[in-house]
Design a protein around this ligand. Sequence first.
Ligand code: GLA
Length: 409
Amino acid sequence: MKSLNELFQKHFGREPLYVVQAPGRVNLIGEHTDYNEGFVLPIAIDKRVVIAVAPRRDCKVVLYSCNYDSRNEFSLESIAKDDLRPWSNYPRGVAYLLQKLGHRFSGLDALITSDLPMGAGLSSSAAFELASAWALLVAGRKGGGVEVNQSGPVSPPEMPGPIDLIRLCREVENDFVGVNCGIMDQFISALGRRQHALFLDCRTLTYEQVPLPDSVKIVVCNTGVKRELASSEYNKRRYECDQGVHFFKGRIENVSALRDVHSSDLERFSAQMDPLIRKRCRHVVSENERVLESVGALRARDLERFGQLMTTSHESLKRDYEVSSKELNVMVEIALQQAGVLGSRMTGAGFGGCTVNLVRNDSVNLFVKQVQERYQLEIGIAAEIYVCNTSDGAGIAPQESSDNCCGAV
Ligand code: GLA
């Protein structure tokens, strides 16, 4: 496999000046709660989008995607969507919104590569948005000669604050790419921290880094089924949640999101509710309570309880929120039959993609082998399984990750 430098040379005939990166994520618990102004607990993983960049003297942004083997360019003076190369809409949208906010930068040559599987629910889109923002802001600054610290992510002067950058990237996804997502994915890709989970309050955007124990591994099992229904069903769930809010607004005080509804409210009004809306609300309300309890369990190093809450979350997503799939359910069932497994659930929007599993260190190898065999037998697909390492959020790539190219080339 060629190094990033060699690939950059090949496509642009010169050396890159900087390498930036942004990680994907896996959500440990707190699913479909972010757009209900609730709580989430994701981690940033060691799979990411990497962009090697060199500034240009003109206003052109020239992109080469290793994964798509495709080249694309646009001018910073007039940015439109490109429906023929939808992958380019992420950097296009980021450049457009940054300029709208008054940020100015030069054009750049950018080589993009990623080892995040696309459509697997590990937030390759959010990672691409964050990496694009860093590429434009750091390397694309006029002249490109910004002082940066190669030892880790830094905020050079004139960088927008992290929360502004997160909001901007989410806006790109909502308005430029056309996916009506919440804020979790951009948040964790920007602010994840190695060996920590990020406990985020999606209403106030206050967060806390919660240390992860080193006696367990987080293992991600990819069902190999893409999330085809995800975006239409996702929007339906959002609508159903809005109906839930509407119901409670007339009955209890101070409800502006499902975050404000408690289990006791649900019980009290249960009989008056439309059964479908009741189920959707029950998931969101109970999931928020599970996140709060799971953070307590993590702090108390009670991994058994943490794992149980993950598994209950899956049941709730399957029965009440109805965003799981046959493959996800089979993957979870197989996982829960293995030794050393503390909890297992689908992660992300659902309808395909991945499960997340909490597995004791000494059981990981056998877990991977058994789950692969059993899943192949039952579903007929060879599942990819990743034993995840956690990672830091978006920024200048540390030297070792700049040296090798993580994507398919
Ligand atoms: C997708 C969205 C997130 C979140 C999850 C479900 O990943 O991008 O904002 O809503 O689904 O928890």
